[in-house]
Design a protein around this ligand. Structure first.
Ligand code: NAP
Length: 407
């Protein structure tokens, strides 16, 4: 192990080569980012030290984006930052402010698109003791695979009254025979076969690796037939093409297997997006993995986070074929910036996902276990304290210390 660490590399089959002293870049983030990052890095370092007795250690290097990126380089998303993530294969980040009217629609979306981090992976599972609006939150145990590069998030839109909209309106009327109100803004929703199939394939691969029973394609294909409907169609196709021996459709489950899933197979089913919101409330234990286009994924992951206790505990990862960036689901919560107040659980759990991604499963397990114990002892930040009777309300940094004590 060196002081400066060793870079993670990619093998030709896409798997990682992880040294015992990997160099991992981090972006502290804006708003509450520095508070939750400071808490997270202490927990990650302590968990690795205690689990592996000093034989493994991460060498962190800071890279910049968002407000700090702008201060240091004049750019909200410096090229060096993107290059550093590519070079080091794995990175972790705090939330970033979306600069209003400064060229970027969202720095976070730009990172995902420019690094082609096509799968946004958001596990949602209940931690005992966390206040939840559900009667049986323990039945919620799902992972959302949200497509990260297409859909309306591709950011192709034009404002009302612009020359671009004028041209589009003329083209649509004269060439397509479609009349749209003159005072409209217009957005484009691209959903490709390539983007859909690789996302669904990664969801199915994950289900097989984890021994999970089903992948549900969540879509609004009854209305948007050639985008959302096509997503569903391509999802079924890729299941058949790449995993034909390991998957069965829900229709086949009933037609051929009398509703009993054969051992080792993953059921591929689909649900219409609006209906999915009631399914995850009323029958959550019937869903393990949800694979869905970008906008549906945005909505359902926040809704699911609320079912198990809110955004303060919602981790996530953006994963591509060449690199991965781990981050919390929530944003910068600017009203709490610098107050050492918010829940760092979301980023700490994202860090645990990162350790799993490195193959350091025992370290990840220790972190989750220590968080469970901390919450069971009712030592929590404000967001959970306001709903738990007799809770000991602690600051963001104190919550991290309490987790470390329980490692
Ligand atoms: P937000 O930052 O996610 O915060 C919304 C609310 O969620 C907070 O006011 C707070 O609720 C709760 N919350 C969020 N994080 C929490 C935590 N760690 N602990 C406890 N509670 C937490 O959403 P926003 O205010 O709509 O967005 C603010 C900025 O973040 C925007 O510039 C947005 O573009 C950006 N953003 C960035 C990302 C990202 O970096 N990936 C993602 C989403 C949004 P209470 O007020 O009820 O306490």
């Amino acid at each position: 192990m060196t002081d400066k660490g060793t870079k993670i590399t990619l093998n030709s089959d896409g798997t990682l080569n992880v040294p015992n002293d990997p160099v991992i870049p981090f972006i502290g983030g804006d708003g509450i980012g520095p508070d939750i990052w400071a808490a997270t890095v202490r927990v990650l370092d302590a968990a690795i030290e205690r689990t592996y007795g000093g034989t493994k250690k991460i060498s962190w290097i800071e890279i910049f984006a968002g407000e700090k990126g702008f201060e240091h380089t004049g750019s909200w998303l410096p090229n060096e930052t993107l290059e550093a993530i590519k070079e080091h294969v794995v990175a972790i980040k705090g939330p970033l402010t979306t600069p209003v009217g400064k060229g970027f629609r969202s720095v976070n979306v730009a990172i995902r698109q420019q690094l082609d981090l096509y799968a946004c992976v958001r596990p949602v599972c209940y931690i005992k003791g966390v206040p939840s609006p559900m009667k049986h939150p323990e039945k919620v145990n799902m992972v959302v695979f949200r497509e990260n590069t297409e859909d309306v998030y591709a950011g192709i839109e034009w404002a009302k009254g612009t020359a671009e909209v004028e041209r589009l309106l003329t083209f649509l009327k004269s060439d397509m025979g479609i009349a749209i109100r003159k005072d409209s803004g217009i957005g484009i929703k691209p959903i490709s076969e390539t983007g859909s199939k690789r996302l669904v394939a990664s969801a199915i691969r994950y289900a097989l690796e984890q021994g999970l029973q089903s992948v549900t394609l969540m879509h609004k294909g009854n209305i948007m037939k050639f985008t959302e409907g096509a997503f569903k169609q391509w999802g079924y196709e890729v299941a058949e093409e790449m995993f034909g021996d390991q998957t069965i459709t829900e229709a086949a489950l009933w037609d051929q297997y009398n509703g009993e899933c054969p051992e080792g197979k993953v059921i591929i089913k689909d649900r219409i997006a609006d209906m999915m919101f009631q399914q995850v409330l009323l029958r959550p234990d019937e869903y393990q993995i949800i694979a869905t286009p970008n906008l549906n994924g945005d909505y359902i992951s926040d809704a699911l986070a609320a079912q198990v206790g809110g955004l303060g505990m919602a981790p996530g990862a953006n994963i591509g074929d060449k690199c991965a960036v781990f981050e919390a689901t929530h944003g910068t919560a600017p009203k709490y910036a610098g107050q050492d107040k918010v829940n760092p659980g979301s980023l700490i759990l994202s860090g645990a996902m990162m350790l799993d991604y490195l193959g350091w499963h025992e370290g990840a397990k220790q972190i989750r276990e220590a968080i469970r114990k901390t919450i069971a002892d009712r030592v929590v930040t404000y967001d959970l304290a306001r709903q738990i009777k007799g809770a000991k309300k602690v600051k963001c940094s104190e919550f991290a210390s309490a987790i470390i004590e329980r490692l």
